[in-house]
Design a protein around this ligand. Structure first.
Ligand code: F6P
Length: 359
């Protein structure tokens, strides 16, 4: 048996632990393992395909990033190609990919990635490719799995930032606005905000009003708490307003979000007269060593993906449905979306202890 691994989309702490577990589990069965570099670029002659052995994955479980590298603009069905005049077009190179995989003797692929990679996996499966997926996203927005590796690490990074902002906010009687990742789902903002005892949490799932945000800050002020911490997910927006899109995306990429904290910080200072500072945590949330929880989950996912291949669960994704690891059809995952449920007990608990969602 010869299998290949690919990591696609934005990186997440724990990817290397998945790779390590998949390689070691496959080698235990006596299978050959190849690593496709930079998404599927390695299989399209745009990068390399390398052998992966126990030696290649030694010591990587605790490291951030991905030894295979990654890209979020490499769908083989819409591969960006620059024209001589500098413009970009998208080309379907999926047949070439399938043929190259066959020529290399690849019998099955483990695709590790988020919604974009899952869509590519289902398209490749439709072409007869034998593929199983491992869900990946720091945003925790892949349906069908309770959580994904990388999320816990991102929450802890955001939590550390909130803790540090608390002391400086309190010293200066300031409002601090922290922007965290979360395009369509506010899990990072919610979990880090509640754990970090933020005063206001703004997420894409709950439309907020600036008046309500300022009311909370001024109520704290009146009670003698002259500082406030606001945590805002990058994809959140005021009621009737729009999300904050920063700069241009490269061809083949999704919209780039950012800047909501600055807008919000400006409005808070204008309305309350309170000195306000904002910061964007950005890609710090994607880097660094995975937490113990993420290393363990990533290891379970990597081993489960190899088991899924042994069981011929083609077109399936491994998932955590606590306390069990299961395999679910990728098609099912793609039919759904996953966001914070505003009725969830974490939101309820936050409200009960006085945290405002600006609504
Ligand atoms: O999907 C994960 C994510 O971290 C989003 O929260 C964020 O908007 C995006 O990746 C940023 O991706 P990049 O800057 O790498 O394109």
């Amino acid at each position: 048996m010869r299998i290949a691994l690919s990591t696609g989309g934005g990186d997440a702490p724990g990817l290397n632990a998945v790779i390590r577990a998949a390689v070691l589990s496959a080698r235990t069965r006596g299978w050959d393992v190849l690593g496709i570099k930079r998404g599927y670029a390695g299989l399209l002659g745009e990068d390399e395909v390398v052998p992966l052995t126990a030696e290649s994955v030694r010591g990587i479980a605790g490291t951030g990033g991905t030894i295979l590298r990654t890209t979020n603009r490499g769908s083989p069905f819409a591969y960006p190609m620059q024209q001589p005049d500098g413009t970009w077009i998208e080309v379907d190179r999926s047949d070439e990919l399938v043929e190259n995989a066959r020529n290399l003797g690849i019998e099955a692929i483990i695709s590790i990635g988020g919604d974009g990679s899952l869509k590519i996996a289902s398209q490749l499966a439709a072409k007869g490719m034998r593929i199983v997926s491992v869900p990946k996203t720091i945003d925790n927005d892949v349906p069908g799995t309770v959580t994904t590796f990388g999320f816990d690490t991102a929450v802890n990074t955001a939590l550390e930032a909130i803790d540090k902002l608390h002391t400086t906010a309190e010293s200066h009687d300031r409002v601090m606005v922290l922007e965290v990742m979360g395009r369509d789902a506010g899990f990072i903002a919610l979990h880090a905000g509640v754990a970090g005892t933020a005063d206001v949490i703004l997420i894409p799932e709950i439309a907020w009003e600036i008046e309500k945000v300022c009311e909370k800050i001024m109520a704290r002020d009146a009670a003698g708490h002259r500082f406030s911490i606001v945590v805002v997910a990058e994809g959140s927006k005021p009621r009737g307003g729009h999300e904050s899109i920063i700069g241009a995306s490269l061809p083949g990429q999704d919209r780039r979000l950012g800047g909501i904290a600055d807008r919000l910080g400006y409005d808070i200072q204008q309305r309350t007269g309170k000195e306000t500072r904002s910061m964007v945590l950005g890609h710090l949330q994607r880097g660094g060593p995975p937490t113990g929880y993420d290393r363990l989950l990533a290891t379970r996912f990597g081993a489960a993906a190899v088991q899924a291949i042994a069981d011929k669960r083609w077109g399936h994704m491994v998932a955590l449905q606590s306390p069990h690891l299961v395999c679910i059809p990728i098609e099912e995952v793609l039919r759904e979306t996953k966001q914070v449920d505003p009725e969830h007990d974490v939101v309820q608990a936050a409200r009960m202890i006085g945290i405002s969602f600006g609504d």
